[in-house]
Design a protein around this ligand. Structure first.
Ligand code: PEP
Ligand code: MN
Length: 264
């Protein structure tokens, strides 16, 4: 398999227009769950960058459980996140839900994110694979490691070796946290595959005050980076406020994470 460590013993470094993921340093991605306005995403970019993030996250096409929930600003949101990222010299990661939107989203975003709900949307995987762009591949809500590796294989089979695994927790019998963050996936993926893996503690636990602990643990487990949800005013966030960090908590978390990173 193209994704396997056997096929490619060296770590693959994904180069996002100069920002290297998997080169031994930690890559930080931060931003809101949803892009809400130009002001909101600019403020998120400012905070993200101050804490050391080089990649700005933010959803414009949102996979919401309820069809009545906010679905995202779509292309308008993509314009805002691109503008905010450029202003703060950052790269962009945003989700692609539909094959039909790939070319449009690729004009604004440096990394295409495949959401957990689409990990096994094989046609979508093939289509994003064809773009050659870096792909952030979230683990499916009930995706096994083998299924996740095979999802990456769909992308690699298109000749695209720019895959970034994102562990974001899986559904288990436990309901006290939103998901169960599987940190054993980090050393396991690193053993089985040459592609980098980052950890999303925000969706992993769903509760903001648990996020910093799991972020530190992710780096300690050997992750190549983190993707974290932040918001200037989490209580009023349009989505995922309960798991979003405010500026103060994010900055404190980043100080702690940098200590772990240096110790690695
Ligand atoms: C997100 O990153 O906002 C998101 C929807 O994540 P996931 O696909 O992991 O649920
Ligand atoms: Mn979210």
């Amino acid at each position: 398999k193209l994704t396997s460590r056997e096929f490619h013993p060296e770590n693959t470094i994904v180069d996002v227009d100069g920002v290297k993921i998997g080169d031994g340093s930690m890559t930080m991605m931060a931003g809101p769950c949803s892009i809400e306005s130009l002001d909101q995403i600019r403020e998120c970019a400012r905070i993200a960058k101050a804490g050391g993030a080089t990649i700005l996250r933010g959803g414009a096409f949102k996979p919401r459980t309820s069809p009545y929930a906010f679905q995202g600003l779509e292309e308008e949101g993509l314009k805002y996140i691109r503008q905010a990222a450029d202003e703060f010299d950052m790269k962009v990661i945003t989700e692609v839900m539909d094959e039909a939107h790939i070319d449009m989203i690729a004009q604004y975003s440096d990394i295409l994110q495949i959401g957990a709900r689409n990990m096994q949307n094989f046609k979508l995987l093939q289509a994003v694979g064809k773009t050659g762009k870096p792909i952030g591949l979230k683990r499916g809500i009930s995706g096994t490691i083998d299924e996740w590796l095979n999802a990456a294989e769909y992308i690699a089979a298109q000749g695209n070796f720019n895959v970034i695994f994102i562990e974001r927790g899986i559904r288990t019998y436990e309901t006290a946290t939103r998901n169960t963050l599987d940190l054993s996936a980090v050393p396991l993926i690193k053993k089985l595959s040459h592609f980098p893996i980052i950890v999303d503690p925000s969706h992993g636990v769903g509760i903001w005050d648990l996020v910093p602990s799991m972020a530190r643990a992710g780096i300690a487990a050997g992750a190549d980076g983190l993707i974290v949800e932040i918001h200037p005013d989490p209580i009023n966030a349009w989505s995922d406020g309960p798991q979003s960090l405010n500026e103060k908590t994010y900055m404190r978390m980043m100080e702690e994470v940098h200590i772990i990173e240096k110790a690695m």
